[in-house]
Design a protein around this ligand. Sequence first.
Ligand code: F1P
Length: 289
Amino acid sequence: MKEFSFSFSKEKKYLFVGCGSSYNIGFIMKEILNNNNYNSNVITGGHTILFDKIVETDIAILITRTGETTETVEAAKILKNKGIKTIGITCSKNSAITSVCDQKIELDVAYEKSVVMTGSFVFILSLLLNGLKNNDYTEISKKVLANSKKVIDNLDLENYEHFVFLGYDENYGVSKEGALKLQEMALQYVEYHEPLEYRHGPISRLTEKSLVVMNSKNLKEEKKLKEDIKKLGAKVIEVSSEGEIEIPLMNGFETPLRLIPIQYLGYKKAIQMGYNPDSPKNLSKSVKL
Ligand code: F1P
């Protein structure tokens, strides 16, 4: 990934902007950057164009896989007019976002035909994380995929019609993205929460038809919640260094790996339901207002 190098500075204030999955990349990055003493925020393209509430920012990073999402493109114009440096990250060539932004990163090697963002999500997230620290996911990702397949292929997926994703901080972003994948690809009823928030209401909807993916940091309270959920008859898959799906904890730098089981689960559930996971109902590749 050397030819697309990108690096962050502790002297600058960053703002991530995007919609849907592209917003989720920004959310995860904001959490990891701030955890490493960088200064960053995240906002949806929609909020940017509807409200004049932009936090102090030096550099705005606008993420849009297609480069054509109206809210993100319009947000770039607004931010640029405020004197903020704009960087557009996209997986298309010569799209609207790059004609607007001061700097462009066109990752056309990560171009996807599918309406749903999968590989491109992981590619953009890894690229941005490499701007903090060099990571090589090649070997470990193969292991995670094999492990994910083993666990997910063994599930009786017809049994589950409710998917809950739990996680803190960057894992909250991973959970939001997990819920979106199951919703887009397999049209499922989904939720995402912080683990301890799950007891404050949402748990009332839990049944033996619920599948809970715990994007865990190995916290004692997360383990306890997992046991409580199991006692209520639901299935829990823990994703962590001690989970059924094993992923080493690397202070958030493991997030690209966490997408592997989630995307595979969405794909498998879509197939089981008889849907085309690449072409969900009511969705287009980018939203144009
Ligand atoms: C953003 C997005 C996708 C979503 C759907 C509609 O697209 O929200 O995340 O899957 O297809 O558009 P983009 O701005 O990243 O191209």
